[in-house]
Every structure is written in C-alpha cells, then in structure tokens.
Design a protein around this ligand. Structure first.
Ligand SMILES: [Zn+2]
Length: 266
C-alpha cells in the first residue's frame, strides 16, 4: 500500500523494506506554487514560475535527504524509450527543463546518488527496483506508452544492460487516472485492441474505459514478474484531486507530482 509519510510525500510499503534506496510519490500539498499549480508542482514545463518549482524541488530533496542536483528528469513524450543513466547525465533536468534528457519516458541506472524522477498528472508512474543487482528504474506510461509496451521495454533493458532477472524485480505502480475515470474514444480503443487485446477495455454506461493499471501489470507478469512483486497504489488521480494533480480532472491546467527513486550513497 502507498502510505502517507507526510502531507507532501507518500511511500510504498514494499520499497520501504529496502534500506539502500530512497523513493517517493509526491502529493500536491505543502509546496510554494500558486493556483492552478497549487501547490507542490515539480514541473518546469506547465507554465508555473520556475523559482517556485525550484523551491518545491529543493524542499522535496531536502526532506528525503539528498540534493536538488541529484535529480535527473526527462523530456517526456508519451513514448516507450528507456535511457540508461550514466555519470555524464548527472543533474540533467534538475534545475530547468531544457537540460532534461531528450525524448524518453523511462530511465534506469545502477549509480548511487542519482534520483530518477518522472512527472505525473494522470499517466502511470512506475518505480522499478532489483535488490539483488542494485538497479533502479522509473517510467511514465499513458495509454500510448502502455500500448507501446514501455513496461516490457523497461524490464528487457534492465535484463540486457545489467543482467537483472525478472523474478527479482519489484515494481510499484503509482497514482494515475484509474479504470473508474479513464474514458477512451475510438482511436485509442483501436490501438489497445491491436496491441494489447480488447479485454483491457471496460464498457460501462455506453462509454469505454481503459484499465492502465491492469494493462501494465499483465505486461510485467508475462515477462516473469510475479504479482506478489507488484504493488499498486490504487489511487485514481481524477477521483483524488484533493491529494494529487490530475490533467483531466483539472481540464489540462494543473501541476505535476513526482515519482522518484534513488540508490543511497554508500
Ligand atoms: Zn477515478
């Protein structure tokens, strides 16, 4: 279960048992940003004042015991690209948007002291951890990333780059728009049917909904990750706008919360 650690930080029970990593899902509370970004917006890319985003990131990193320059972030594009983060990427996207890593929606590393963070308002954040090999990963999956199989790419990249075994990998699936609220239309329905299968689509009151959580869990299960190694927050961002940011819930004008993971420095 995802549990509140403070008003602004939530933590997954399964990851809390591992002492070598730091992780978080941030909420929208106790930051510095004004409406419609109120108040703990972590994105430089949504129209908020950069100074406020910096103050929010500063606050988050200090609460978790690291530095703002330890963040690495992406220019997220709703794709399925995974980038391996090395020493040269340290600090990319920490202080501004323009230095963020180009065109990717997931990243992995085995380097300590680098906090991989994705920014979220309805898409699915996923945190990956292999406690055997000390590999971490983070991904951002909307309907497009999910149908392009970013979760599958992530696991395959962890295996190929670092020799991870899927059965060792822990995956935490954070707050996103849930099957209760994620209505989809014909173009998206077609993509889902073609790439993943129609059983992931829910028909209710003459409308079609997509279960992003289940779609990603099935992908991970098919690669050899047991359901006991997956933790689902179960929070729908649109239903719980009182805690998280929701793009659809706020009609597009809102902030982004963060999902991050870091291997502690020795
Ligand atoms: Zn909902």
């Amino acid at each position: 279960m995802l549990k509140p650690y403070s008003k602004s930080i939530w933590l997954f029970e399964s990851l809390l048992t591992y002492k070598r990593i730091v992780h978080f899902i941030s909420s929208r509370h106790q930051g510095f940003s004004d409406p419609p970004y109120d108040s703990f917006n972590l994105s430089f890319h949504v129209g908020d004042e950069p100074e406020k985003v910096l103050k929010n990131r500063q606050l988050l990193s200090s609460k978790l015991g690291f530095l703002i320059e330890d963040f690495v972030t992406l220019k997220q594009v709703h794709g399925a690209n995974i980038v391996k983060i090395t020493e040269k990427n340290r600090g990319q996207g920490a202080f501004d948007y323009k230095s963020a890593i180009e065109a990717a929606d997931g990243m992995i590393t085995n380097l300590p002291g680098i906090c991989l963070m994705v920014l979220i308002a309805d898409c699915v954040p996923m945190l990956f951890y292999d406690p055997n090999q000390q590999i971490i990963g983070v991904a951002h999956a909307g309907w497009k990333g999910t149908t392009e199989k970013i979760a599958e790419n992530m696991v395959n990249t962890m295996v190929k780059q670092y020799g991870a075994r899927p059965k060792d990998i822990i995956v935490c699936i954070g707050p996103s728009i849930g099957p209760c609220c994620y209505e989809i239309r014909s173009d998206v329905i077609k993509e889902i049917q073609n790439n993943l299968g129609g059983e992931l689509i829910i028909f209710k009151d003459n409308r079609y909904y997509f279960d992003l959580w289940r779609a990603n869990k099935v992908q991970l299960f098919n690669l050899g990750i047991g359901y006991q190694n997956m933790e689902l927050s179960g929070f729908c961002t649109k239903c719980r706008r009182d805690i998280f940011f929701s793009f659809r819930g706020e009609r597009g004008r809102t902030g982004r919360f963060g999902a991050g993971i870091m291997i502690k420095r020795e």
